[in-house]
Write a protein that binds this ligand. Sequence first.
Ligand code: PEP
Length: 251
Amino acid sequence: MRQRLAVGNWKMHGSLPENQVLLSKIVAAAGSLSRALAVVCVPFPFLAQAQSLLAGSKVAWGAQNVSQYPKGAFTGEVSAGMLREQGCRYVIVGHSERRQMFGEDDVTVALKAQAVLAEKMVPIICVGETLPQRDQGVTEEVVGRQLGVVADRLGEEGLRASVLAYEPVWAIGTGKTATPAQAQAVHACLRSLLASRSNSVAAAMPILYGGSVKASNAPELFDMPDVDGGLIGGAALIAEEFIAICRAANG
Ligand code: PEP
C-alpha cells in the first residue's frame, strides 16, 4: 500500500506565536492518523521551532526549497545538509512559484532533488501545467517533460525515494480546484510514465494533488485511485482545515 500524505506548504507565512498554536493543534490531531502522515513544510527560520515542537510527534517537517549545491559561496542559499541537521524529512522542489518567479528550470529542479536525496531526505517534486497549456491540450506533454528530466537524473533508485506532486498552476491559490476526474487523469498519466521506467517505482510512488485543496473537496480528490494525498497551501495555515484534510488523506 502506498504512503498517504498531507503536506502543508506554508509558503512565506507564519510567526513564532502563530506557529506554536497551529503546530500544537496538528500534533494533537495527528495522534489518531493511522495511515496518512502529516507533514509541514515551513519557512527556513521556523525549522528550529518545528524541530523543537514536533520531535517525537507523529508530524514530520520539511522545507520548501533547497540549494542544488552542497556548500560554498552562494549568498542567501541553504544546503540540503543544513536542512538535514534541522531534522527535515521532506523538501519541496520545483514548486511552480519557484519555477515562475525565481526562474528554476527542469534541470535545476532535478539537481535540487538529487541534493535532497544525497542527504537522505525525500524530495517532493512538483510538476504542473499553466492554464494556456491546459487550454492548448498539452498538459500531459508538459508534466511528462518535467518528470522526464528529473527521472533521467535521479534514476530508478532516486525515484524510489521520492514523492511526486501534481499541481496545476491554474489551481494554486486561485480557489479553482481540478475536478477529481481531471486530477486522476494526470495522476494516471504520471504513473504510467513512471511505469515505463519501473513498474515497482510506479506502483509505490505517492503522487499528491495540490491546488486549492480544502476540507470540503479533499475527500473526493483523495478518493481517486492514483491520488495519494495532497500538497496544501492556504488551507494548511488553518488548523481545523488542515486537520480535516489530514483525516481525508487517512481515508
Ligand atoms: C501550494 O502552494 O502548493 C498550493 C497547492 O497552494 P493552495 O493550496 O493555496 O492552492
